[in-house]
Design a protein. Structure first.
Length: 363
């Protein structure tokens, strides 16, 4: 029984931590985001090991036709979750700025885009996974609370809570464009090299030398794709190899600086914002003020932009409670749908009454 309670506590901790990672400004910012992400990777391995007996037993019976379809579905869902979580951790290491600043394999913009997209996919997978095991969750909660499973008041309150969570979760999905972000998973992997905008998305973001990391989904992201406020470009994001534009320099439509120097790689604009080589800065942008227009943002699909995953809803707020409410609410939609669909499909049909055979006529 202690093992079951430990599994429940571990799963709850993983769920809470995972949804907090949808905004990397909470609880210390990017440092917490990266270290907690690695912690989830370790916790997920522990979760799999705790269920190793089930995994081994089902794996050995996958070719058995008598294996229930629900077990096969759960096995496939868990396998997809394992692969997705592994990719999230791996891509997080590739785009890391704090824990693994020197790790690079190139094409980091694609890893950033898929890191965000797959995270939204995992949110749905985890919700379905919990929904399929909701009876186990509720039995554990009832044992901890000492509630009677047949209590009408408890059951009624639970149903009202489910309705509220479902309505709230659907509302938050519309506010965060969840369906659009979820559908971007296929386009992200289909693009291969992440060339979603003019000139290719793997160019101009400092991919070659890990220069400008302005694409990361953190507080540095603004509506101007690749433009950060007060970014000091040194070390990992060093702009020492590039030209510096002072107040007297202006950028024309071709990205050249009149009278001083030309912009290449990751240029520092007046020390307040970074402009990379591939982002086209039109004539309306001025280096003297350190401002850039939103025209660069239109060259990249929305799912691949540098905005935070929670932009547009309460998930954008750095308040942990708002982030938890937003993404747990969306996860709750999948929990409820999976629970009731499973309950509907696996409902046992009432047994037909056996009819006594009619007596045969004596010969």
């Amino acid at each position: 029984m202690k093992k079951q309670f430990f599994k429940l506590a571990l799963d709850l901790l993983m769920a809470v931590t995972f949804v907090l990672l949808f905004n990397d400004r909470v609880l210390g910012g990017l440092s917490f985001h990266e270290m907690a992400g690695l912690g989830i990777g370790v916790a997920f391995i522990v979760h799999v090991l705790l269920n190793a007996a089930w995994v081994k037993r089902v794996t050995m019976k996958m070719l058995d036709r008598k294996l229930p379809w629900k077990t096969r579905f759960e096995y496939g869902l868990n396998l997809l979750l394992l692969v997705s979580m592994a990719f999230i951790v791996f891509s997080g290491i590739i785009i890391s700025r704090i824990v693994f600043p020197q790790v690079t394999i190139g094409n980091e913009m694609w890893f950033k885009a898929t890191h965000v997209s797959v995270s939204f996919l995992v949110l749905a997978i985890v919700g379905v996974h919990v929904g399929l095991h909701w009876n186990w969750v509720m039995n554990m909660v009832k044992k901890m609370a000492g509630r009677n499973s047949s209590s009408r008041a408890f059951s009624g309150a639970l149903k009202l809570a489910m309705v509220a969570v479902l309505a709230f979760g659907i509302y938050e999905m519309t506010q965060t464009s969840y369906v659009q972000r979820l559908s971007s998973v296929g386009s992200a992997f289909g693009s291969g090299s992440a060339q979603g905008g003019p000139g290719g998305m793997d160019k101009g973001f400092g991919m070659e030398g890990r220069g400008d990391r302005g694409f990361r989904p953190d507080a540095g992201d603004t509506a101007n794709n690749g433009v950060q406020d007060n970014s000091s470009m040194n070390g990992k994001g060093s702009a020492s190899d590039n030209s510096s534009i002072n107040d007297s320099s202006s950028i024309d439509g071709n990205g050249s600086v009149n009278g001083n120097s030309s912009v290449n790689g990751n240029s520092s604009v007046n020390g307040s914002s970074s402009v990379n080589g591939s982002s086209s800065v039109n004539g309306s942008s001025s280096a003297g003020t350190g401002s850039a227009s939103d025209t660069t943002a239109t060259t990249t699909p929305q799912a691949f932009r540098g905005g935070r995953p929670g932009e547009g809803g309460r998930g954008e707020s750095a308040n942990p409670l708002n982030v938890l409410a937003t993404y747990l609410g969306m996860m709750g939609v999948f929990v409820i749908l999976a629970y009731y669909l499973n309950k509907l499909i696996t409902r046992k049909k009432p047994a037909r009454p056996r009819t006594k055979p009619s007596p045969t006529a004596e010969s």
